[in-house]
Design a binder for this molecule. Structure first.
Ligand SMILES: [Zn+2]
Length: 227
């Protein structure tokens, strides 16, 4: 989450709401980064999560692989004691104080192997079968998306479509959150993919970044009604 907060800090200079996101690969390394750039690039879809997902998919494709289904089980990462979970990456994120775990978190949805047990790695020793030649390199199976603010409906949809295995977010968004607050898109049983959710990691810190931004802009421009 600290890495996601660092991404959020890149947004304000362009007038964008400070939301940051990183995607961790199956081995816990960062394979995608993004921050809200809606104002900077004039693109209403340029939310931090979408930017990070695009970068992560490009990294996976560049590596010529995609994780095998079920890689990097959620249980190992949640416990933070799973063999092969790098310290300071996934385990470190989840070890942050003040986190809340929503129902279903920590429960593996399927079997599979952790990268340390023979799964693929991005940029490392590759043991998965190449997906680029047969399609599917866009799948972020085994990956974890970490974002400072609860995703909106668009980003929640992108998360489902990208096949990310886990979503970790900081501040809840009571007005537009689609990962449990206003909607719960990612755990809708009608969809064919439901990532695990860990909510409220460094929530106060993530929320303070947004509060500070809006306090600073209150006298200059009207706050946006959505972000
Ligand atoms: Zn969004």
């Amino acid at each position: 989450m600290r890495l996601a907060l660092a991404q959020a800090a890149l947004a304000p200079p362009t007038g964008d709401v400070p939301v940051g996101c990183v995607v961790l690969g199956p081995d816990g390394s960062v394979i995608g980064r993004g921050h809200n750039e809606r104002e900077a690039v004039g693109d209403p879809t340029a939310h931090a999560e979408v930017q990070a997902i695009r970068a992560a998919a490009a990294s996976m494709a560049a590596a010529g692989i995609a994780a095998p289904a079920g890689a990097a089980t959620a249980a190992a990462a949640t416990a933070g004691t799973g063999a092969g979970v790098p310290v300071g990456t996934t385990a470190g994120v989840l070890a942050a104080p003040g986190r809340g775990v929503l129902p279903g978190a920590g429960v593996p949805r399927s079997g599979g192997v952790h990268p340390a047990d023979g799964g693929c790695r991005v940029g490392g020793a590759l043991s998965g079968s190449p997906r680029s030649a047969e399609g599917g390199a866009w799948r972020l199976t085994g990956c974890t998306l970490v974002v400072t603010l609860e995703p909106c409906t668009m980003c929640a949809g992108a998360i489902v479509l990208s096949r990310v295995d886990r979503v970790v977010f900081g501040a809840h968004d009571a007005k537009a959150g689609a990962v449990g607050s206003l909607w719960d898109v990612v755990r809708d049983r009608r969809l064919n993919h439901r990532p695990e959710v860990v909510a409220g990691v460094l929530e106060q810190e993530c929320g303070a970044v947004l509060t500070s931004f809006f306090d600073g802009h209150r006298d200059r421009v009207p706050p946006p009604t959505d972000f």
